[in-house]
Design a protein around this ligand. Structure first.
Ligand code: TYC
Length: 122
């Protein structure tokens, strides 16, 4: 019968925290927090219906300033004509505001009362 090797004593366990980690001294504790970045508020640019702006002008505006093909632009124009308003695109605040200015300037230059506004979504 083989004799068991003599038991070596277990190494001493590390203390739960070392005294220098108790923050009783000059150490600084940095808390790690998950970074929460909210998505930016987005704005929809809306054209409003009126009785005077020609349909063709509205279609061209939607094509030029909102990068829509002719068919999509025509559908949006007809929706505005029937419902009173329609969304042409969704953008960050600065871009939406620029679109409103560009569309309004183009309309006034051509003598049309077309109204373009932007509104925050959600
Ligand atoms: N209602 C206009 C017309 O009958 C056409 C129109 C469509 C005007 C859309 C503005 O945002 C508008 N000539």
């Amino acid at each position: 019968m083989a004799s068991k090797p003599p038991k070596t004593p277990a190494p001493p366990k590390a203390p739960a925290f070392k005294p220098e980690e108790a923050n009783g001294g000059d150490s600084v504790v940095l808390e790690r927090r998950p970074l929460k970045t909210e998505p930016p508020q987005m704005y929809q640019v809306v054209l409003l219906n009126d009785d005077y702006t020609p349909m063709e002008f509205v279609v061209v505006v939607i094509q030029e300033f909102f990068n829509k093909d002719r068919e999509t632009a025509t559908q949006i124009m007809l929706k505005i004509h029937l419902d009173g308003k329609g969304v042409c695109g969704v953008f960050s605040k600065d871009v939406a505001s620029t679109k409103v200015d560009q569309v309004t300037e183009a309309a006034r230059k051509n003598g049309h009362p077309l109204q373009c506004v932007c509104e925050p979504i959600e």
